[in-house]
Design a protein around this ligand. Structure first.
Ligand SMILES: [Zn+2]
Length: 639
């Protein structure tokens, strides 16, 4: 018999497609067999019922995890397509299971007497899944729900596609682009008519809005950027909000935000605007302070100006940063050699969490760039991680942690993957911070992969809490003592503490108005889903006036390219919500010794290791010895 906690043996590059197809077929067949058993002969005890249900979850999550990873990273297109098919098949089956009334009756009739609290939680969550899928509705309503789900997927895809495909351009003579980085100018020569094309894609529009000295060019690029997706997406958004509202009310909620918040830490829909207003109030003074500096610098070029909008704010923010804090990004990069940073990350997190990482040089991987490590704790293997950190064709374009296998104590090894797109030589400090952030998710996945239930394994916590551990780990990438251990230049010089201090001060600039901008977006995401305004432009304009430090630019329709309206839906507040908690968690650490072992071990064992087995609010309170509070965040904002 094979060792149940041996790592998954990944295929070689040539047999990957067969391997994926077989894995998907077998995994789905296993799940179907167990479900058939549950239906025909339900187990005598509730614990056996839950264990069987967890086997279904494990089989399906094993297929979904491998498929989702390889669909995003495998070099062969055929493999990626096979993986997308497998993902969809799992999704369809999960939806069908949650609407299966016979199965629901088995769980609804289960007696929770004698179960431990985690098993009771599993039973409660399972019944919730059925209810939220509309299992107890009549046939007509369930058919309508199925149609809504299908249409929502299509509308979401079309909304995203419109944003991606609507690339706009501004064409100007080369001399009007003074201020752009030289390597950008070299790569973008003028056409025969003497004009250079600047597109709304990030690699063009971000430096153009940040560095071009010609205010009119900045404005043209900004307006083009804000107009992406309009007018096509306005109608799609209206349909999206209506369908979500209908879905939520069909399954018994007041509106979409109430439905969505019910499974999040925030708990209720109306708590969202309360949170938004609380942040907006705490950020009011810090916003004023930074905005004054911005305006003061702006008025040196535009005498008498009383406001600055987003066609100018990025440019002047960059100027203020340079002039006040004197951080040279080129100089900073010389301290962040990729190989050293990667080793530094492993050393820092190993020391913090009491782990060690052992390279597995012979492990089969999907691309030669990928490195594999065993994760050891007290000499015992508790997981395996893969780092896939450089860009290549056909690969996922952002930075994220992917699950390869949900860990289960004694039954299945926790395995996860970091997928990022960093350069091979010197790194931007921003990217170092991103690496620490994403590694926070990975270490959470492994540490929380030692429990009993698939449902609660890994980062299976509330989705408005899940960013907090990663946001907190970013702090280690901003600490001068920590950075000195691996931020070393080619000539062997450690990064100077005063440079790190200036980098922090520059990064801090604008945090007040940044928070207010985020609350403007969060308010849009909430109110568009709840009051569903007839005139989205007018509603956006009103919310911008209330929350944003920057006035509305006449004639623009930014909501049409606000992609998070599809993914985050009414919950764009979540990033700020978890940041508030991250600052609170970090306040328990001693800034003079970020590795103090007692607090680090307590954090690891009480916040990370339990995964989803308890409410996040309880994990945080257990670690802090009190309920989470707003104070540390407010103090950071005011600093
Ligand atoms: Zn994250």
């Amino acid at each position: 018999m094979s060792d149940p906690v041996a790592p998954l043996q990944l295929p070689g590059p040539d047999d990957a497609q067969d391997w994926v197809e077989t894995l998907a077929r077998d995994g789905l067949a296993d799940a179907r067999r167990v479900v058939e058993g549950l239906r025909s002969a339900p187990p005598g005890s509730t614990l056996s019922l839950l264990r069987a249900w967890d086997e279904v979850a494990r089989s399906l999550s094993n297929v979904a995890a491998v498929a989702s990873l390889l669909a995003n990273v495998h070099p062969a297109e055929g493999v990626r397509t096979a993986c997308e098919d497998a993902e969809q098949e799992v999704e369809r089956y999960v939806t069908a299971l949650r609407q299966d009334r016979d199965l629901y009756e088995v769980f609804a009739g289960a007696d929770a007497t004698g179960l431990d609290p985690v098993a009771v939680r599993l039973l409660t969550k399972t019944l919730d899944d059925f209810r939220r899928a509309g299992v107890d509705l009549d046939d007509g309503d369930r058919r309508r729900l199925a149609l809504i789900h299908e249409r929502l997927t299509a509308v979401g895809q079309e909304f995203g596609r419109t944003i991606r495909d609507d690339v706009r351009t501004v064409r100007v003579p080369a001399e009007r682009l003074a201020g752009m980085p030289q390597d950008w100018l070299d790569a973008h020569p003028a056409a025969d008519d003497g004009l250079v094309t600047v597109s709304t894609e990030y690699p063009d529009s971000v430096p153009a809005r940040m560095f071009v000295r010609d205010a009119d060019v900045r404005r043209q690029v900004t307006v083009a950027f804000l107009e992406r997706g309009w007018p096509q997406n306005e109608q799609l958004l209206r349909e999206l909000f209506d369908l979500r509202a209908e879905l939520a009310t069909l399954v018994g909620y007041a509106d979409w935000a109430a439905y969505d918040a019910d499974v999040k830490m925030i708990g209720s829909g109306p708590a969202i605007p309360e949170f938004i207003d609380r942040i907006a109030e705490a950020a009011a003074e810090p916003m004023r302070r930074d905005l004054d500096l911005l305006l003061e610098r702006y008025r040196r070029d535009v005498p008498g100006a009383v406001a600055i909008d987003t066609a100018d704010s990025l440019y002047y923010e960059e100027l203020v940063r340079q002039e006040r804090h004197d951080v040279d990004a080129q100089e900073v990069r010389t301290y962040f050699d990729f190989a050293r940073v990667r080793q530094g990350l492993l050393d820092v997190t190993g020391r913090l969490f009491g782990l060690s990482y052992e390279p597995v040089p012979g492990a089969p991987v999907w691309h030669e760039d990928v490195t594999a490590y065993e994760v050891l704790r007290g000499g015992e293997r508790i997981g395996r991680i893969y780092l896939d950190l450089h860009p290549r064709a056909g690969k996922y374009k952002h930075a994220a942690q992917f699950t390869l296998a949900d860990g289960l104590g004694g039954r299945q090894l926790a395995e996860g993957v970091l997928v990022c797109n960093f350069s091979r030589g010197l790194m931007e400090h921003d990217h170092v911070v991103t690496l620490f952030h994403e590694f926070g998710h990975l270490v959470h996945h492994v540490l929380a992969g030692q429990g009993e239930w698939t449902r609660f394994s890994g980062v299976a916590t509330e989705w408005d809490f899940v960013e907090a551990p990663s946001q907190m780990l970013e702090e280690w990438a901003w600490d001068a003592d920590v950075l000195r251990t691996f931020a070393v230049s080619a000539s062997g010089e450690q990064i100077p503490a005063d440079l790190v201090a200036r980098m922090r001060a520059a990064d801090d600039f604008g945090k007040g108005y940044h928070a207010r901008t985020q609350m403007f977006y969060a308010a849009m995401s909430y109110w568009f889903h709840t009051s569903r305004p007839a005139d989205l432009t007018a509603a956006m304009r009103e919310l911008q006036e209330r929350y944003s430090p920057f006035p509305y630019i006449e004639g623009t329709h930014m909501f049409a390219s606000f992609g998070h309206l599809s993914g985050y839906s009414s919950a764009y507040y979540t990033y700020m919500w978890s940041l508030v908690i991250a600052k609170d968690l970090f306040s328990a650490f001693d800034p003079a010794d970020l590795f103090a072992p007692e607090v680090a071990a307590r954090y690891r064992d009480r916040v990370l290791a339990p995964g989803g087995s308890r409410d996040a609010a309880d994990l945080v309170a257990d670690f802090l010895g009190r309920p989470s509070s707003f104070d540390a965040y407010a103090a950071w904002l005011a600093r």
